[in-house]
Design a protein around this ligand. Sequence first.
Ligand SMILES: Cc1cc2nc3c(=O)[nH]c(=O)nc-3n(C[C@H](O)[C@H](O)[C@H](O)COP(=O)(O)OP(=O)(O)OC[C@H]3O[C@@H](n4cnc5c(N)ncnc54)[C@H](O)[C@@H]3O)c2cc1C
Length: 366
Amino acid sequence: MRSLPTLETARLLLRPPIAEDFEAWAAFCADEEVARYLGGALDRAGAWRNMCAMTGAWTVRGYSVFSVIEKASGRWIGRVGPWYPEGWPGTEVAYSLGRNAWGKGYAYEAAAAAVEWAFEKLGWREVIHCIVPENEKSRRVAARLGARIQVVEVPPGPPVLQTLVAEVYGPDGERRIPARTRVWAAGVQASPLAAILAAATGAGTDRAGRVAVLPDCSLPGHPEVFAIGDMVRLNDLPGVAQPAIQQGTYVGKLIRARLTGKTDTPPFAYRDKGSMATIGHLSAVADSYGMKFTGVIGYTMWGFVHVLYLIGWANRIGAMFNWARALTFTKNRPYRTITAEHARYELTHDAIYDTYQGGLWRTSWA
Ligand SMILES: Cc1cc2nc3c(=O)[nH]c(=O)nc-3n(C[C@H](O)[C@H](O)[C@H](O)COP(=O)(O)OP(=O)(O)OC[C@H]3O[C@@H](n4cnc5c(N)ncnc54)[C@H](O)[C@@H]3O)c2cc1C
């Protein structure tokens, strides 16, 4: 195994990260002010992945960022060093220090040592610094390092952080499909009443615990007992409101027909009016009668249709009041169903790429 280097300057020690650095690393990543130019703050889990990615590069590449230790205090103050992941726009020496190490010339001191090491030991012919244009302090450090703005460019191709993979597990629990988007889908389990009815009548249940009913929504052997909606399995209809509403209407008409002596009522037939789903703050998708709508228009349609089908004006007004309150005060967060720390991590890292796309300052040693 290669021996890992340690660089020493007048006031600092630069060594590869170790497990004990994590607390300080996590605090650094969580600091909004520090993370402003790094694509956004990370929580502890994100900081862990961030640290492991940078630490792992030492094994994979033989170099990566150093943890910077202030010699006088022994404390971890930031990370500085060569950084060249797959897809990165060039061989970078990155420098980011925690807030309590600002204003002391540490960034220059550490970066100068790392740049020298990159040229001498790694044989790099060029060092770049990816700097968000508004980051004046960082630009000053680059200038002091002797770098100059060479060209403003968009990185060729997506950097590795943009193509982070998410694990998607299939029914076998093993399958891993690389993907940029992760979706949590919560299954709905039918009311236990469905299983009781199934056991009593010999009707089967499916994986979701739905009881299988006959084409007229009645239970096998019991034409006088009906089951509808989420608790039944009929014609492979999805567990959404429309089948439940339409089955309710159908069974009502069927009972009335029977009471008048009619026996020729046709089986239940579902009328597909389309699909709608809310996906975020003032955003929904709607697909109805061949027309597709998204964004605010989709959301308005979604809201209108849902309110329309609520029973009674009290329910409608109550729902509208709750939605208005949620939209105003919490940006709809409690009403969203897709949320997770990992999604935030991926988005944060996408933001890094977006930030640089806004204007990558490519600086280089001549
Ligand atoms: C988070 C979420 C979001 C959804 N979003 C949408 C959407 O955007 N669009 C859409 O179309 N659908 C949506 N659905 C699905 C939709 O809510 C259901 O398909 C619909 O409510 C089914 O109606 P239902 O009458 O069959 O069941 P429910 O509305 O669940 O009503 C069943 C009632 O029976 C009661 N009950 C259960 N067991 C017993 C018992 N033993 N004795 C007496 N009462 C009992 C329950 O308490 C409940 O009040 C969503 C569902 C969830 C969970």
